[in-house]
Design a protein around this ligand. Structure first.
Ligand code: NAP
Length: 676
């Protein structure tokens, strides 16, 4: 059998393994299948290449261009995923596991691509929050903005998700406009390497945007600056060591850590074997114990059940685990594959042994179990193992020792407060789940436990069909947790992109702020276009282009007609005396919606043209009542433009209605889709 050479991708070149290379064995057969690492890799040149070439190219692109690149990358990987599946079997993963790692990784790219197009501007500066006004006349304003760091993101990843673990970090990093150097765990780096090859060969990435180190990273961390970020996933011990690198401490290098976690799942006190939540709980627990052979950072390690249900739950989980066929991931019938290596298997057995007399093993015997289609003594196989801890208050190891394999411990609780206290004994976790049909139980858990967990997952009969699973981090939601979980936060939609950007407070005049953010700010320069703005195509409209309409007087007949026509005969529009008794009105007033309708009548250009549709209003405020005899005029200004498709883009208009005295009576943002 040929041994695969796992290369690194450095400064645009593939560098074969060399001095100091490590051997990688198949999780299934134990045979050496690959060699990875090269001590002669020039990591200084890699950092320089990323910062100088990759960063410059990425920052020249807009958020939308980078989002489109992610989408194209996702589509490209999707077309080649069979190659990744084929390679991944040797990591011990089953076809079912590939759905989390490979399909999940590609899906994450796609979600960030779509969120990037919808939630970020087609520009270079992200505006964080609204304009802050600190002066009376609005001539000096504040705005928070985010721009990409001008360094490099070093991603150090764990072995269990060679594809997802890379892509969930690459997506927000590249979307932010920051280049990355990926260092996968050696045990599964051959899968990551192939995925990087696919991305590089696609030609979709700018030069220097992504590089790869297989094996050791040399003195790379000693060379990091304040513009760089380290995103680490792995054990707490490695995180502690790397966090302490002097250059990281001295230069305040951002260090995001995702570590191990003693995640808990709580069976609600309201659940009994007769309710649908009972089976749901058993299903979630067994799935978490066996997916990826339990090598998931989010796997359920502690199963907390009401004392009265302990026996029933233990029996039901054991019965389900008895059906799990362990073996070669490619052999017919296998449900759970191997651990990643014999070393990992030995580590799990050591950790279990350290539980001592805190636990009793109630299911699974590592010395006597069947292996389907493979040699038990050569591959890294273990059966799913369920332990019971009868006295979780006095126990310690079950709350602080992560056996990173198909291992979980069931323990009883007295009441919900006790369950919460036990869940929090993990000292900070990535996720805790609660299977309950009682919203009050959910609320109590949040108040008592949210501070200790990065994610709380509730499930019951009403959400179970569509729920995504206790152990699945979603690109839309944050992944990370406090305390021993590492204190880090990844993904969470656009929040994850911000980890690779610098937030800066900008202060200045409206014109300065408008130019920086490419978003018109009241008080900034108004531009008069050559024609009515509704006759101008998306590309022709300038930020700040403004239309001032002629005034229109509001009559009592208008108000009465509108009331009768729409059915809105609210007393403030109909009854002079009743309206006057209301503290907000001087007397009978025009409907707010009448003003909006008249405003549209004042500013629209009726003929067929580039405005395709009105898609909504934002931030509508009625500021001063309008009575019969008053008149209104409209100022319509192009505030912001956001490309949507190749055919049209969204125009956000700032609309202000003023009365005959120049007082604002209403203000809002109008959204239209305009043809290019
Ligand atoms: P690990 O041994 O801590 O290794 C993690 C990564 O650090 C690997 O890429 C490893 O590379 C690298 N590394 C180790 N020493 C290094 C050094 N001196 N300099 C630079 N890099 C170094 O963890 P693991 O065994 O791969 O992963 C299992 C652990 O990760 C479990 O505890 C699990 O809970 C945790 N995990 C957490 C999450 C999460 O999101 N929170 C996700 C998955 C896994 P080599 O492989 O080359 O040594």
């Amino acid at each position: 059998m040929t041994i695969r050479d796992v290369a690194s991708f450095a400064a645009g070149e593939w560098v074969a393994s060399g001095a100091g290379a490590r051997s990688v064995a198949s999780a299934v057969t134990g045979e050496v299948i690959a060699r990875a690492g090269n001590d002669d890799l020039d990591v200084a040149a890699m950092l320089d290449h990323a910062r100088r070439v990759g960063g410059t190219a990425l920052r020249a692109m807009t958020f939308h261009q980078r989002a489109k690149m992610l989408k194209a990358l996702g589509q490209h990987l999707g077309r080649h995923k069979q190659e990744l599946y084929d390679l991944s079997f040797d990591t011990g993963a089953t076809q079912g596991d590939h759905a989390y790692d490979i399909d999940g990784g590609i899906g994450t790219l796609m979600v960030f691509a779509s969120k990037g197009r919808r939630e970020l501007p087609d520009g270079h500066v992200y505006l964080d929050g609204e304009v802050e006004q600190f002066s009376k006349h609005g001539t000096f304003l504040g705005q928070h903005i985010c721009t990409p760091l001008q360094g490099v993101a070093v991603h150090i990843n764990a072995f269990n998700f060679p594809v997802w673990g890379m892509l969930e970090k690459l997506a927000p990093t590249l979307l932010a406009g920051v280049p990355a150097i990926v260092k996968p765990a050696t045990a599964t780096c051959y899968v990551t390497e192939h995925c990087v090859r696919l991305m590089v060969d696609s030609g979709l990435l700018p030069e220097g945007a992504v590089q790869l180190v297989t094996g050791g990273i040399g003195d790379m961390l000693d060379r990091l600056t304040s513009q760089d970020v380290v995103s680490f996933t792995g054990s707490a011990a490695t995180a502690r060591k790397l966090r302490g690198t002097p250059a990281i401490l001295d230069n305040s290098v951002r260090f995001v850590a995702e570590q191990d976690s003693l995640n808990a799942s709580i069976l609600g006190p309201d659940v009994t074997p007769e309710t649908p939540e009972f089976d749901l709980f058993v299903k979630e627990v067994t799935r978490e114990m066996t997916t990826k052979a339990g090598q998931k950072c989010t796997a359920i390690r502690r199963i907390l059940v009401p004392a009265a249900q302990l026996g029933a739950v233990q029996e039901a989980i054991s019965a389900k685990l008895a059906k799990v066929v362990v073996g070669d991931p490619q052999a017919e019938g296998t449900r759970m594959g191997a651990l990643v290596s014999r070393a990992q298997r030995a580590d799990v057995l050591d950790k279990i042994a350290s539980f001592g007399d805190e636990v009793t093993r109630v299911f699974g015997d590592p010395d006597t179990f069947e292996v389907n289609g493979a040699d038990r003594d050569k591959g890294a196989f273990l059966p799913p193992m369920l332990f019971r801890c009868d006295d979780p208050d006095s126990a310690q190891r079950v709350h602080d020792t992560e056996a990173f394999g198909p291992v979980s411990t069931i323990m009883p609780y007295r009441d919900l407060a006790h369950a919460i206290a036990l869940a929090n004994r993990g000292d900070g976790s990535l996720v805790a789940s609660v299977i309950t049909h009682d919203p009050e139980v959910a609320r109590e858990v949040v108040l008592g436990a949210a501070s200790h967990h990065g994610r709380l997952y509730f499930n019951d009969r009403s959400s179970m069909k569509e729920s995504t699973g206790h152990g699945s981090p979603l690109p839309h939601m944050i992944h990370g947790g406090p305390g021993r979980a590492g204190g880090g936060e990844e993904m969470g939609g656009i929040r994850g992109v911000m980890h690779y950007m610098q937030r800066t407070a900008i202060q200045g005049s409206p014109a300065i702020l408008a130019a920086i953010g490419q978003k018109w700010v009241p008080g900034a320069t108004e531009v008069t276009g050559p024609a009515h703005p509704f006759t101008r195509k998306y590309g022709e409209l300038a930020i700040g282009e403004t239309l001032h309409t002629a005034p229109r007087e509001i009559t009592l007949d208008d108000i009465a007609h509108f009331a009768e026509f729409t059915g809105d005969t609210f007393y403030a529009h109909m009854d002079e005396d009743a309206a006057a008794r209301n503290p907000f009105f001087p007397g009978r007033v025009a409907h707010g919606y009448l003003l909006l309708s008249f405003a549209a009548g004042l500013f629209v250009e009726p003929n067929e043209g580039p405005v395709l549709a009105n898609t909504g209003l934002d931030s509508l405020r009625f500021m001063k009542p309008v009575q019969a005899g008053d008149s209104i005029a409209v100022r319509l200004t192009v505030k912001q433009k956001t490309g949507r498709t190749d055919e049209y883009g969204e125009v956000r208009w700032h609309v202000t209605l003023t009365n005959q005295d120049g007082d604002k009576v209403a203000e809002y943002e109008l959204l239209t889709m305009n043809a290019y």
